[in-house]
Each structure stands twice: as structure tokens, then as C-alpha cells.
Design a protein around this ligand. Structure first.
Ligand code: BDR
Ligand code: CA
Length: 305
């Protein structure tokens, strides 16, 4: 099994991502860490714990992290995720406990307890926690196999400004710290995630699977589709779930090696990512995703959930 830590800000698509990760026997989720992003920290933390309950995985440790970005003022995204952050589900008080450590300390101790290059970190929110951990404890870099990041945009343009993607825009300084750390990173930007949308033919396949958990995912996707249709006139993109797709089936994705920089000057391009093609670059910029293959994987995970 592949050991990993998931750093997230649920968020409807983060919730779908967590369902996939927690359903997969091939993934060993050592910790879930939460950050302020789509909604404030107390809600992203509650929502992550709700998903552990709903997947019967109350054993997975969940830690709350940074309640705000490093330098800029907080931005949230209730328009796309609902006031609760988890549009489509009725919020409840989860059984899954919240760990007593700060997420940044949990990241550091979990990584230090692992061997060299052992753990993959999935990041599907603003990168504040991982940036802070790398600043506090640079030695953890040696324990990270790779970062698999949902973030950034190039040819697609942004989704929160014409230039910037939400996760990077919500903490550009953290993104720059993470991307200049030298740790190898795979980026799943809007260029790729906009190719993988929850079309009816895919949601219908999930609806046909017996059991409670596939239905929960259908509720999430339907709610996200309503909001995405309202604001953008399209079906909802599978941003964060693509990270789990990449972990389990990297052959569904393709891109190029690069070095990615982030615009940290306040101005109209604030939070823009710039991938520069480079054979020996530390980053892989994913530019293509196989939507049919992704949904085959999603359906197979939910069939066994
Ligand atoms: C990203 O922003 C958030 O709203 C989503 O959860 C995803 O992580 C997409 O830009
Ligand atoms: Ca997210």
C-alpha cells in the first residue's frame, strides 16, 4: 500500500476526494490535516471528520492546522461549496475525534517517523500547512516521496480571478514556499481538472450502485453541479479527486516536467502560476486527463465501498 498524508479544506470536491482515498485498499492514509480555505478551519475540520465517519474510518487521525494564510487576508469559496462547505450533505457532529496536535506538528512527526522518501502528501487546499511545516522542519523533505497538488492554472486561465486558481490564490506565499522547496511535486491544475467533469452519464453510473456510500457521493456531485451550473454554466470539475486518480492510476494523466513559479506581488496576476518547461525541473505539470478512465476508477472504488 502507498502511505500518504492528505492536507485538505473540505469543500465538496475535497469530500469526494476523501471518499475515494478512504475507500481504496491500495492507500494507507496515515493522517488527514485540515486548513482554512473553502470555508473557515473549524468547518473544514468538522467536514473531514464527517467523511471519516461516513466511510467507517473513524480510525484515521485528523488534525486541524492553520486558521489563515501566511500573509494575505483569508478568502473563502462558499458560492461553490455552500455555507457548510459540504453542500449536498446535512452537517452532523462526527464521532471521529479531532487530534490534539496542530496539523503542522502532526505533519512533521508523521513524516519523521517514516523512512526516506516514504510518504506522499496530497494537497487539495491552500498550501499553508505544508509550507509552514517545511519552514519549521526542513529535514522532513527527505521523508516525502512526492507532493501531489491540486492547484494552479496556465492555458485554462483562473477560476477565482482571470489568472489565478483558488488554492494558489488563497495562499500564494505558501504555494511559492512549497514549490521552491525542491521537493518533487506533481501539479494537477485547472488545465487538467477541467477535462474531468461530473457529467450525467457518470453520475448515473454511481446512482446505480447499491448501498449508502455511493448515494452520498451522488448527493455531493449533484449539489456541486447545481452550484457550478449557477456560476459557470457547466458540470462540476473533479479538481481534488484527480489527486487520488493520479495516485492510483497515473497512466490516466500526462504532462511535462517543469519549474513552476507563483506570482506573489499583489496586482491583477496575484496568485498566477507559471510553469516553465524544463527536463530536470522538480515539478510535473499535468496537462491532460482521461475522464472516462477516471470515472471507471471512481465507480470501481464506490462499488467496493
Ligand atoms: C480548488 O479550489 C477549491 O474550491 C476546490 O476544493 C479545489 O481544491 C479548485 O480551484
Ligand atoms: Ca479543495
Amino acid at each position: 500500500t502507498l502511505p500518504l498524508i492528505i492536507d485538505c479544506d473540505p469543500g465538496v470536491d475535497d469530500a469526494v476526494m476523501l471518499m475515494m482515498a478512504l475507500a481504496s485498499p491500495a492507500l494507507d492514509v496515515r493522517a488527514i490535516t485540515t486548513v482554512a480555505g473553502n470555508v473557515p478551519l473549524h468547518l473544514t475540520s468538522r467536514n473531514a471528520r464527517m467523511m471519516c465517519d461516513l466511510m467507517g474510518r473513524e480510525d484515521v487521525p485528523v488534525f486541524a492546522g492553520c486558521p489563515r494564510p501566511i500573509l494575505r487576508l483569508p478568502v473563502t469559496a462558499e458560492d461553490f461549496h455552500g455555507e457548510s462547505g459540504i453542500a449536498g450533505l446535512d452537517p452532523f457532529d462526527p464521532e471521529t475525534p479531532l487530534g490534539s496536535s496542530h496539523a503542522v506538528n502532526a505533519l512533521i512527526s508523521t513524516l519523521r517517523a517514516a523512512g526516506p522518501n516514504e510518504i506522499s502528501i496530497i494537497i487539495t487546499g491552500p498550501m499553508t500547512n505544508v509550507a509552514t511545516a517545511l519552514v519549521m522542519a526542513p529535514d522532513i523533505a527527505h521523508h516525502i516521496r512526492q507532493l501531489v497538488i491540486m492547484g494552479g492554472a496556465d492555458s485554462e486561465g483562473g477560476n477565482i480571478t482571470p489568472f489565478a486558481e483558488f488554492n494558489v490564490f488563497a495562499d500564494p506565499h505558501a504555494a511559492e514556499i512549497v514549490l521552491s522547496s525542491g521537493v518533487p511535486a506533481i501539479l494537477l491544475p485547472l488545465d487538467a481538472t477541467h477535462q474531468v467533469r461530473a457529467h450525467d452519464r457518470y453520475v448515473d453510473r454511481l446512482r446505480d450502485i447499491p448501498g449508502e456510500r455511493p448515494k452520498i457521493m451522488v448527493h455531493l456531485l449533484e449539489a456541486a453541479n447545481v452550484l457550478e451550473e449557477k456560476w459557470k454554466g457547466k458540470r462540476t470539475p473533479m479538481h481534488d479527486p484527480s489527486t487520488i486518480g493520479f495516485m492510483l492510476a497515473p497512466e490516466l494523466f500526462s504532462g511535462y516536467r517543469a519549474r513552476v513559479s507563483v506570482e506573489t506581488e499583489v496586482g491583477e496576476q496575484f496568485g498566477q502560476t507559471r510553469p516553465r518547461k524544463m527536463e530536470s525541473g522538480p515539478h510535473t505539470w499535468i496537462s491532460h486527463a482521461d475522464a472516462d478512465g477516471f470515472f471507471d476508477l471512481l465507480v470501481s472504488l464506490m462499488e467496493r465501498a
